[in-house]
Design a protein around this ligand. Structure first.
Ligand SMILES: Nc1ncnc2c1ncn2[C@@H]1O[C@H](COP(=O)(O)OP(=O)(O)O)[C@@H](O)[C@H]1O
Ligand SMILES: [Mg+2]
Length: 359
């Protein structure tokens, strides 16, 4: 096993990508590694013509992924929108890996992102020695993606200032990036496009200008609609992660995942699964990604401190951290949930006691 903590998708799933490529006889947009059909198979899972099994990466509606892939084959860019933890970054990484073989051309947008991080910067030593020249120019991931006809990922697009966001308008509408210092421009090669992600829950985001919005096709990634689907997503990721972290995966993991998902879904929706008791909703968004984090935290605690017993003691503190984001309000919400719901359920009594001890 390599000692790199996390390899990019195109390295982890290289065998699957190679198998898809070998059997891919469909038409491809120029500079794509795979046909749009094979890209969808890579994301949704399936079997190749020669019988290689492709694991599902995204669990949800196939149509969503088809729309995303079809968008990237047009001149419009893709914006994946949704609450945190709905696999926006995950889908963006896998789309880039499947379509152009590199998922690492990423710009993380923040309030401090400036135009130089989007367009290009300068190597000042070169600039002083040689004056403005192509050699003195420091390309950004966006610049490189345009130059080699591949995908650039922009994470959390709406976190950077509107003026900086608007730098993308020329890039997206004219497919070129002016370099006024050199009286030149770079023209995007075929295959270039942008996959941006943004979440609609954050405070302090900068709305996209309508000029920019018009250049994106928006695809909304929803929270999983049924419980079995959510359990499936969590079980897959938890077993992959426990393998990566080299911690054992106890037999009762599935049972505990089901309990954690039950608590998450009830608190998230503000009512018990049977619809009989109305509940207050905590301020955090209790996403699937957070349920994965709770379970992985629980597995680690079980492995290192509870002789491998994955139980309410090992999971409880992780659960509390995920639910109580606001120490005053959310604590009251959780207390009420414990007293009105969990206390009455025999199979949740260990959770009732261990969370109560920590509150
Ligand atoms: N529908 C889904 N299918 C597969 N994995 C999912 C799904 N929803 C959430 N996940 C998992 O949630 C984790 C976090 O997702 P991430 O892409 O970081 O969320 P976001 O960028 O939307 O905030 C990933 O590990 C991913 O595997
Ligand atoms: Mg993300």
């Amino acid at each position: 096993m390599s000692d790199i903590l996390r390899q990019p998708a195109e390295v982890i799933y290289q065998a699957e990508l190679d198998a898809l490529k070998a059997d891919d006889h469909g038409a491809k947009p120029e500079n794509w590694q795979l046909s749009p059909q094979s890209v969808v198979t890579y994301l949704m899972g399936g079997t190749t013509a020669s019988g290689v099994v492709i694991s599902p990466k995204y669990i949800g509606q196939r149509r969503i992924i088809e729309t995303a892939v079809a968008t990237l084959a047009t001149d419009r860019a893709l914006l994946l929108l949704g609450v945190p933890g709905t696999a926006k970054s995950w889908v963006s990484e896998h789309l880039a890996a499947a379509i152009c073989g590199v998922s690492t051309q990423v710009i993380q947008c923040t309030a401090g992102t400036d135009e130089q991080q989007i367009r290009y910067g300068w190597n000042y030593a070169q600039l002083l020695a040689k004056g403005p020249s192509r050699e003195a120019l420091v390309p950004t991931p966006l610049y490189r993606a345009m130059e080699n006809g591949s995908l650039c990922r922009l994470e959390e697009l709406t976190r950077m200032g509107s003026d900086v966001q608007d730098t993308l308008i020329t890039v997206l509408s004219e497919k070129m990036l002016p370099v006024p210092e050199l009286n030149d421009a770079i023209y995007a090669r075929r295959g270039f496009n942008i996959i941006a992600t943004a979440n609609n829950r954050d405070k302090g985001v900068n709305e996209l200008s309508s000029a920019l919005k018009r250049r994106f096709n928006v695809v909304v990634l929803p929270l999983p609609d049924d419980m079995d689907q959510e359990i499936d997503i969590i079980s897959r990721r938890v077993s992959e992660m426990s393998r990566d972290l080299q911690i054992p995966h106890p037999k009762n993991a599935a049972e505990e995942i089901k309990k954690v998902v039950t608590m998450f879904r009830e608190l998230r929706s503000g009512s018990t699964l049977d619809g009989k008791v109305a509940l207050k909703v905590p301020s955090g968004n209790l996403s699937t990604a957070e349920a994965i984090a709770v379970m992985v935290g629980g597995l680690s605690q079980a492995a290192w401190f509870h002789q491998g017993n994955l139980n309410a003691q090992a999971i409880g503190a992780n659960l509390l951290g995920a639910i109580v984001k606001d120490p005053v309000q959310d604590k009251l919400v959780l207390e009420e949930y414990l007293e009105t719901v969990l206390k009455k359920r025999a199979d949740f009594s260990d959770y009732y006691h261990s969370i109560n001890e920590l509150l």
